[in-house]
Design a protein around this ligand. Structure first.
Ligand code: EPZ
Length: 418
């Protein structure tokens, strides 16, 4: 099992290129099924979750080539039905996107109940509610979700919770439904807009993505296209947090600064300097941060996916920080690992109180999920001495070449399988 080793205390300087957005790429690859033709997807990150969804796509009969440059050619013309292999599909969260895409193309689909990071109960009732409203019958038996419909008919769907996954899944299921589907209380994340743009490039008629009301007018058929995925705002945010905490002067390149507004504002509150340009941001910091309060919220609020790295940074900030996690009920599990490094954090339900200490100390720790892993990397960068992060595969699910990118910035970081 791979470990990441970090010798802490180095300042970060230089430029880091941000990869394509995992959470947009996963539904976009699944949505290629809707074309039933050849699609070319550019700017994909070469990370474990993308390899995994490609494996599922291949297993159901898609022809896939994935270049070292992050360009994937996917031909789904030979896929005749969608029964996703159980063991492959239950391992990642995003396999649920095959439900919306498969339902739309074949009117019948079977996918294992999805897995993913252990950060709370993560129900999929809103996805199911949407599929049923469109006319599908949904059953869950022996760990498999089966959706079937004679016809899909557009309708109005009000989401009880703002859900990224449900919004995207319903959009995909509805693109070829008869008439108009309206999703109310839709999620507004940049990747909702990216998926809608991709669907429209394939000939769909989706309007309003990025607002809380999305209208989808069903079309007869979609077609293949070439599309480039947006940059990963969470990867970008992670490097920004790392630079602010470690100190130095870092250009985070190939980003859309508008998507980073909440993290930019928060880092400025900590006293780091953040300068925005057209497609990069520059973070300048002496590594001495001030404590801040954060409440995670759906976009454009502070992203829950950045809560974990940010808490690691604040564990050495001056004063107290109060962090409220309002999206997932169990996203503080990694704090026990931070405590091994000396962090002074008290968790009460969805609130963590962080009392900044002088210096974390390197320790043997374990990544419990993807962003927990990112938090431990940030902690390792600022700690005194050596940090060994076990279960590095969690980090590889979402960060492309993390050791390489951080080494280029001057960090002392490497990987070992011993
Ligand atoms: C996506 O998960 C991301 N995953 C998550 O990223 C991210 O944390 C999350 O969106 C929020 O931004 C992928 O894109 C693969 P949600 P998703 O549906 O779609 C509740 C990462 O680190 N809910 O927006 O599953 C749910 O429990 C990962 O990259 C329901 O109650 O998240 C949560 O409290 C981790 N019923 C809230 O809504 C439902 O049917 C938001 O979840 C669906 C969700």
């Amino acid at each position: 099992m791979d470990k990441i080793i970090i010798e802490g205390g180095k300042k970060l300087n230089g430029l880091v290129d941000i990869s394509g957005f995992k959470n947009a790429a996963l539904p976009i690859i699944s949505a290629c099924l809707l074309a039933g033709e050849r699609c070319v997807i550019e700017n994909l990150p070469r990370i474990k979750d993308i390899f995994h969804i490609s494996k599922i796509m291949s297993a159901i009969g898609s022809e896939i080539e994935f270049s070292e440059k992050g360009i994937m050619v996917i031909d789904t013309s030979k896929v005749e039905k969608l029964v996703a292999p159980y063991d492959l599909s239950r391992k990642i969260r995003a396999s649920y996107y095959l439900l919306g895409a498969g339902l739309s193309r074949f009117k019948e689909v079977e996918v294992a109940y999805p897995g993913g990071c252990d950060i709370g109960t993560r129900p999929i009732d809103q996805h199911i509610k949407g599929f049923e409203a469109l006319g599908a019958k949904v059953e869950i038996n022996h760990g498999v979700i089966k959706c079937k419909a004679d016809r899909l008919i557009g309708t109005k769907i009000y989401l009880d919770v703002v859900s990224v996954g449900a919004t995207i899944n319903i959009m995909m299921a509805a693109v070829c439904a008869e008439g108009r589907t309206t999703i109310e209380n839709a999620a507004k994340e940049p990747h909702i807009v990216d998926v809608a743009n991709f669907l429209n490039s394939m000939g769909a008629n989706v309007k309003g993505a990025g607002t809380d009301v999305i209208r989808i007018d069903g079309v007869e058929k979609l077609h293949g296209c070439t599309y480039s995925v947006i940059p990963d705002q969470i990867e970008a945010g992670t490097y920004m947090v790392a630079a602010a905490a470690a100190g130095g002067d870092v250009i985070v390149n190939n980003v859309i600064p508008k998507h980073l507004e909440s993290i930019i504002a928060k880092l400025r509150e900590t006293s780091a300097e953040v300068i925005e340009y057209d497609d990069f941001v520059r973070v300048i910091s002496d590594g001495k941060l001030k404590g801040v309060n954060i409440k995670t919220l759906p976009y454009p609020g502070f992203a829950t996916d950045l809560q974990q790295p940010m808490v690691a940074a604040l564990s050495m900030a001056e004063g107290m920080s109060i962090i409220t996690e309002s999206v997932y009920e169990a996203r503080f599990k990694y704090i026990d690992e931070l405590k091994r490094m000396g962090a002074n954090v008290k968790v009460d339900g969805r609130v963590a109180i962080v009392e900044g200490i002088e210096r974390l100390s390197g320790a043997k720790v374990r990544a419990t999920d993807l962003r927990a892993g990112a938090a431990l990397v940030v902690a390792g960068l600022i700690a005194k001495g050596k940090t060994e992060i076990d279960n590095a595969f969690h980090i590889d699910r979402g960060y492309e070449n993390i050791e390489q990118k951080l080494s280029n910035l001057g960090a002392k970081i490497y990987r070992t399988d011993r």
